[in-house]
Design a protein around this ligand. Structure first.
Ligand code: HEC
Length: 145
């Protein structure tokens, strides 16, 4: 009797778990809508080390102006770690994906990075701060003539 039970319970359990995952997937895949205000608040964690606007000074970390177009570890007057310079060609550019991985846990993505920051554990924080960075580090719109 025991033997028969195992044979029924296991597949039934597998089916239940499988079904549950299928049903909850669409909810989990919902795109997160970035909130710039919240992104600005998250950036407070970065402010001690980073500036955002053109011509502003490097601090402990590089000024981030133009970071989405200039390439990785590409600010000429900043002394990046060897770890970051070595990994830069592989990362190729900062975008939603590469930044999300880096900011989740910098020391894991770039072993030996000089950025001593634990990381942003929550996906929402990452999405919000990336949107904020995009807005704040872009060149100002051309002046109207
Ligand atoms: C304690 C200082 C510190 C904090 C806090 C910090 N950073 Fe950094 N960051 C650095 C340093 C230093 C580097 C250069 C890393 C290297 O050379 O290994 C860096 C590098 C970067 C780069 C790569 C820049 C480039 O030119 O390729 C990005 C992007 C970045 N940080 C974003 C952030 C964001 C966003 C936060 C906040 C969520 C943050 N950092 C928090 C110090 C910091």
């Amino acid at each position: 009797m025991k033997f028969v039970w195992k044979g029924i319970v296991a597949p039934a359990l597998a089916l239940t778990i499988g079904l549950g995952m299928t049903l909850s997937t669409p909810v989990m895949a919902d795109p997160l809508v970035p909130d710039l205000k919240k992104g600005e608040r998250v950036f407070k964690k970065c402010k001690a080390c980073h500036t955002l606007k053109e011509g502003e000074a490097n601090k402990i970390g590089p000024n981030l102006y133009g970071m989405f177009t200039r390439g990785v570890a590409a600010k000429e007057d900043f002394n990046y770690s060897k770890a970051m310079r070595t990994k830069a060609p592989e990362i190729a550019e900062w975008n939603d994906e590469t930044l999300a991985i880096y900011l989740k846990k910098p020391s894991k993505y770039i072993k030996g990075t000089a950025m001593s920051f634990a990381g942003l554990r929550k996906e929402k924080q990452r999405v919000n701060v990336i949107a904020y960075l995009k807005q704040e580090t872009a060149p100002a719109p051309a002046e109207a003539e």
